[in-house]
Design a protein around this ligand. Structure first.
Ligand SMILES: C[S@@+](CC[C@H](N)C(=O)[O-])C[C@H]1O[C@@H](n2cnc3c(N)ncnc32)[C@H](O)[C@@H]1O
Length: 242
């Protein structure tokens, strides 16, 4: 796999997602926290695949103790610029010397975990660092939507660059290789291939149950009481440590 979230690409990440409603996503996360009887006790949040730390920066302002982990050193550098407590590394191999009240993993970081054995390792690690009864909230690409809508070529113009996304679906492996080219106004080019794994809701429920989580719901983003369908590309699993 080619290197992803390189220095050049990561520097443009926050501009690429300037329109993404991170505040509303944090409202959604807090709404789900209320489902958990001990929601008053949710003080600490660990973000798996925190990227540049935008969720964490918002949640920190709202009073939570926040921690992040990301395997891209450049993502972590950007998050540190926001004054966040974040570490570089492959999450499943990391050691932690504390337990957390919750774990979040937004914008499909779990879909970057493409092998099932690695997915089990990540889920196992999450379970091992959470207090009993804690939420694990993660977003992932929804297989039924990917297969019915099919990923599309997209070209988006920004002030300083153009982003071109050319996806290649590999249904035999439940994978999509997202070939991404960024062309800056000065003519320089950045190319990355992001291999993204889509999952089926029943598959995710099985993995969570195997690891010892309760699966409270799998829902569309922002709609915690709705069911998912092939209309919802990116969906959210709400699990609880038991
Ligand atoms: C699409 S980005 C999402 C970033 C951030 N959560 C957001 O909402 O903007 C996915 C992130 O997951 C990180 N990631 C994927 N697998 C990881 C792993 N095994 N350990 C740590 N970070 C991982 C990538 O480096 C990347 O920054």
């Amino acid at each position: 796999m080619s290197e992803i979230y390189t220095e050049e690409y990561t520097r443009l990440y926050d501009s690429m997602y300037k329109e993404k409603n991170y505040e509303k996503e944090c409202d959604f996360i807090e709404e789900i926290f209320k489902w958990f009887i001990n929601n008053k006790m949710i003080r600490s949040i660990l973000d798996f695949g925190c990227g540049t730390g935008t969720h964490l920066a918002i949640l920190k302002k709202r009073g939570y103790q926040v921690f992040g982990v990301d395997q891209s050193e450049f993502m972590v550098l950007e998050a540190k610029k926001k004054g966040l407590n974040v570490r570089v590394g492959d999450f499943s191999k990391m050691k932690f010397n504390q337990l957390f009240d919750s774990c979040i993993s937004m914008f499909d970081a779990m879909s970057y975990v493409v092998s099932i054995s690695e997915l089990y390792e990540v889920m196992f690690k999450v379970k091992s660092i959470l207090q009993k009864g804690s939420p694990f909230i993660f977003q992932f690409w929804n297989g039924p939507a990917v297969l019915s809508q099919k990923p599309e070529f997209r070209k988006t113009e920004f002030k300083d660059f153009v982003k071109i996304v050319s996806p290649h679906l590999r249904p035999e492996k439940n994978l999509c290789d997202v070939h991404t080219t960024v062309i800056k106004n000065d003519g320089t080019k950045i190319e990355e291939v992001h291999s993204v794994r889509y999952f089926f809701p029943d598959e995710i429920k099985k993995y969570l149950t195997d690891i010892g989580f309760g699966c409270e719901a799998i829902c569309p983003l922002f709609k915690p009481y709705d069911s998912t369908s092939e209309k919802h590309w990116s969906v959210v699993a709400i699990a609880k440590t038991i």
